[in-house]
Ligand binder design. Structure first.
Ligand SMILES: *Cc1c(COP(=O)(O)O)cnc(C)c1O
Length: 482
């Protein structure tokens, strides 16, 4: 089942192309390109025929696990089915063939699509302005942090502290640090939520932001968020929401209504565009009125029926992406929103929550689920009590591959030992959820009776258990010809 490297199937003289006869005067390459830019020896390129090339890449492609061939409950990543109509609209010639340098007058449709997408997102998020420019959730975070920095500069205030609970996504402290603030971590309470007393204690005049993932990485909704926003605002600080988990909230509640001033979302999660090796992403950022002047440039403006770019925004943080962001993702997200409509989006979130709670209930008799009162779109189980059989969470993750399932996210969040973070999403049927639960329970039985099976898994994949320690310590990704 193993697929050789393309260099291993290469042999000198094989060709995968034919070129027409040269009908201009032949010139040596060193007459066209200055010698200093030329290679001293030939590039080592594989030489393979056209059918060999096709087979090689097709064989590789079918080895991948992806959402179109199996369940993918990777917590926090929202690996849901991406409707194929999104790809159809993104392929329209009028979208696919335009160039970012084209005159505004000739790309009015594209600008209109972006403006309307901004408006829809404003409505969904309950904010006053959105920029589509950032190309990932983490870049949206950084953009939001830079907006906050510019805001406080403008106010003539030097605030350094950004408060982040230990249930936050790992990208949060990193964005804060790169954005020039100090990340200040606080502990969640025994319910896995923000501790309002602790917030009162730590929010002070040096606090720029409280940065909250809601629902948090335990899949739990912050019920006191409105009161918490008030406390933070009273101290002149801003509220930032990591909205990458918006899949649980659409049409049910809005970050703006909870008191957030800045929020980023992931179009490539909630709004159904392929990700995780499947394509470019997009992490739009939404803000309340007073922060709009700081958004990245250019901004789209609509006057009557015509759309144009506005670069004249003196307080803007500048650009965070070449041109205007990842346009094809906008088309897919726009399509998704238009196809589903308001009621459809609300049902997405309701079903995401129902599916996660259904699976949690099925599993709670077998696994420890430390924070299990009621989850949103995901929940976190612990593999801690398998240790007595000499089995760890990673062994469960590897064994799942033998049954055709992608593993849940493991060892995250850090506040749950031996964590398995499971996000089924709304697009899975009850049959799939039942089967997944059945398989997990079977794996648990194996752990008791025959832990070796788990420790040596996977058994049915082309590549078996890798030595991950060796891969980290002796990383070598270069192919050397023998
Ligand atoms: C996925 C995710 C991010 C990061 O988004 P990227 O697009 O991967 O950079 C941030 N926060 C949360 C809660 C996420 O789930």
């Amino acid at each position: 089942m193993e697929e050789k490297l393309i260099f291993e199937i290469s042999s000198a003289g094989k060709k995968g192309y034919t070129l027409p006869k040269l009908d201009i005067q032949d010139k040596k390459i060193d007459k066209l390109i200055p010698a200093e830019y030329l290679r001293e020896s030939d590039a080592e390129l594989p030489e393979v025929s056209e059918p060999e090339t096709i087979r090689h890449f097709i064989n590789l492609s079918i080895k991948n696990h992806h959402i179109d061939n199996g369940f993918y409950p990777l917590g926090s990543c929202t690996m849901k089915y991406n409707p194929k109509i999104n790809e159809e609209t993104a392929k329209f010639d009028g979208f696919r063939r335009i160039h970012p340098f084209e005159d505004e007058r000739y790309v009015q449709g594209a600008l209109r699509l972006m403006k309307e997408l901004e408006d829809y997102l404003c409505e969904i998020l309950g904010v006053e302005a959105v920029s589509l420019q950032p190309s990932a959730g983490s870049q949206g975070e950084l953009t939001g942090i830079l907006i906050a920095r510019k805001y406080f500069e403008k106010m003539g205030e030097k605030r350094r502290k950004v408060i982040i609970p230990d249930s936050a996504h790992g990208t949060n402290p990193s964005s804060v640090t790169i954005g020039g603030f100090n990340a200040f971590q606080i502990k969640s309470n025994e319910n896995g939520r923000l501790d309002i007393e602790e917030i009162k204690r730590v929010v002070d005049g040096d606090t720029a932001l409280l940065m909250v993932t809601n629902p948090n990485t335990l899949g739990i909704f912050e019920e006191q968020i409105f009161e918490i926003s008030k406390i933070v605002h009273q101290k002149g600080a801003l509220m930032y929401m990591d909205g990458a988990n918006l899949n649980a909230l659409m049409g049910i509640t809005r970050p703006g209504d909870m008191g957030f001033d800045i929020v980023h979302i992931n179009l490539h999660k909630t709004f159904a565009t392929p990700h995780g090796g499947g394509g470019p992403g997009s992490g739009p950022i939404g803000v309340v009125n007073k922060l709009e002047p700081f958004l990245p440039i250019p901004r789209i403006i609509k006057e009557g029926d015509s759309y144009s770019w506005n670069y004249d925004c003196p307080d803007s943080i500048g650009k965070v992406h070449s041109f205007f962001g990842n346009f094809s993702v906008f088309v897919k997200a726009y399509t998704y929103i238009r196809v589903l409509g308001a009621e459809g989006l609300k049902n997405v979130s309701k079903n995401a929550i129902i599916n996660a709670n259904y699976l949690m209930k099925k599993l709670e008799y077998y696994f420890t689920i430390p924070y299990n009162d009621h989850c949103m779109h995901e929940f976190v189980a612990s593999g801690e009590n398998l240790k007595k059989y000499g089995v760890r969470t990673i062994d469960i993750a590897k064994r799942l591959l033998d049954f055709g399932f992608h593993s849940p996210t493991i060892y995250f969040p850090l506040i749950v030992k031996e964590a398995l973070m499971i996000e089924p999403t709304e697009t899975e049927s009850r049959d799939t959820l039942d089967l997944f639960a059945e398989v997990l329970i079977k794996i648990l039985e194996e752990a008791k009776r025959n832990p070796e099976i788990l420790r040596n898994s996977p058994h049915c994949t082309p590549i078996k258990r890798l030595d991950e320690v060796k891969a980290v310590r002796e990383l070598d990704v270069k192919y050397e010809k023998e």
